[in-house]
Design a protein around this ligand. Sequence first.
Ligand code: COA
Length: 170
Amino acid sequence: MKAKTPSDSRTVMTDLVLPSETNPLNNLFGGELLARMDRAASIAARRHSRRITVTASVNHVAFNRSVPLGSVVTIEAAISRTFRTSMEVFIDVWMEDRFSGERTKANEAIYTFVAVDDAGVPTEVPPLVPETQLEKERFEAALRRKQLSLVLAGKMKPHDATELKALFMD
Ligand SMILES: CC(C)(COP(=O)(O)OP(=O)(O)OC[C@H]1O[C@@H](n2cnc3c(N)ncnc32)[C@H](O)[C@@H]1OP(=O)(O)O)[C@@H](O)C(=O)NCCC(=O)NCCS
């Protein structure tokens, strides 16, 4: 299969925060942001694999900054690493200042998607070649995150998680 780059899957979604999408503090409701990120990540996974893709896990979400009502929110998703049938998707969330237009990072998340055939059976995806320094860093760390996610899901024994052992032991 021909390798692709993160740019091939990059997906950018910009939208407003409306009153029905906020919590009692008038900030974006966390579940709404999760859904928006899932949509962007799903499109990125589909662009990379050109297959049906399903969310296998939400590996990491950091709600670092609240996003007020009326904000313009931009979600950027791109594949950060592929394995055999799964793809790690990195998602960056930006807020745009109403007056200056300056963008600040609000949140980030990492999802895992799996490409499946019409019967829902996992199927191979093209390899990924990272290009920028950031893409290379995200690629390097992805195996560690995959192993952690599998251990937490009970799908890998901790002693098989070679990358995690390397982090915590000599
Ligand atoms: C995701 C799904 C296809 C995985 O099926 P499975 O029987 O576990 O298949 P496999 O064991 O072959 O795993 C497929 C890939 O997913 C990876 N994977 C499975 N669970 C994972 C997890 N929790 N974290 C990270 N990767 C995971 C496996 O490591 C494997 O990756 P690889 O082929 O790239 O090495 C299956 O569990 C499923 O269909 N889940 C429902 C998905 C869905 O409906 N999502 C929407 C939520 S409502």
